[in-house]
Design a protein around this ligand. Sequence first.
Ligand code: NAD
Ligand code: IPM
Ligand code: MN
Length: 360
Amino acid sequence: MKNYAIALIPGDGIGQEVVVEGRRVLDTLATLDGTFQFEWTEFPWGCEYYTRHGRMMAEDGLEQLESFDAIYLGAVGYPGVPDHVSLRELLIVIRQSFDQYVNLRPVRLLKGAPTVLNHRDAEQIQMTFVRENSEGEYAGSGAHLYPGQPEEVVLQHSVFSRKGTERIIRYAFELARRENKSLTSISKANALNYSMVFWDETFDRIKEEYPDVPTASYLVDAAAMLMVTNPERFEIVVTTNLFGDILTDLGAAISGGIGFATGANINPERTKPSMFEPVHGSAPDIAHQGVANPFAAIWSAAQMIEHLGYPHYAELIVQAIEKTVVEKDVLTPDLGGTATTEQVGARVAQHVQQLYKTRS
Ligand code: NAD
Ligand code: IPM
Ligand code: MN
């Protein structure tokens, strides 16, 4: 029996509610398969932990996480702890310390899922964002001088290293080549005359190594418009940390809503564990009511099982989500239903069982 050691960080708000369902679906698959199992170790880190200990995670938290096969995270952030503290000291520090430099975010409209775009069907919204996840606008470099004084100055530097820019663009080209898809780069060189000129030059240089991959390059403002008017233009997309953050929420809006949006923080060299999480936050407005949509968390569990070497099971989980959406009987309120988080998770797990039995 193969054992996968998973670090479970439910975090705050609905994070705690949705990870239960992703875990349920993974355990269901492991039981069906019978050759592997998940060993979950839960870490109570987050904003509540902060109020008791004055820190978001244990002092040796990163060392504790290092030996796991993967990290499964719910969401971080809650009123009472400043967001820049809670997020930088838990989520972002893990992404950056473990060199999870690829943030892989599918924007994929499932059958039956609502889209704010008219006349679109599932085939037309099928993109994968490759978001730079280790530096750029999130580098955390800057200064706040003379606070409160007339001379007050705030600096927030974007950092684009040659290594960091090349590796994310190369990763995206490899993915596009493997999947036989086009690659679109999104930047903003007309205004950001150092960083984004460098990004574009790097993209153009690496492009020469992949003559078989069709490419496009858009400014981020135009790209935001085109994602709404012509989403079919985008297949694989590579962009910076901040642009990727913003555009994948837009991606969520055109592919079923934030309740579907998933993200994998990948360390491609596997020198440290990768981390899997829904794109959404802790949603304090609906927390503790048992009504959060668990699809995004379940989908990120699918990304995790793919990373562990079972892509066919990842696809099976996504199909189980799709079946749940299509049948419309068991959905949370954000999708017009009346079901609880738990009922939706249980329904997806049932579909996983049925799909598993009919597949062989
Ligand atoms: P949010 O994603 O938590 O919520 C935005 C809106 O979407 C809310 O109305 C919420 O009710 C709804 N929503 C989100 N997920 C949902 C789900 N699964 N089912 C149904 N509805 C859902 O974003 P926010 O309100 O901007 O941020 C709240 C907190 O979460 C902040 O502290 C923020 O910093 C943090 N945050 C954390 C992460 C993360 O941990 N990855 C991501 C985004 C925001
Ligand atoms: C996301 C989130 C985070 C980000 C925040 C919470 C720091 O919005 O994962 O999309 O900006 O990366
Ligand atoms: Mn975001």
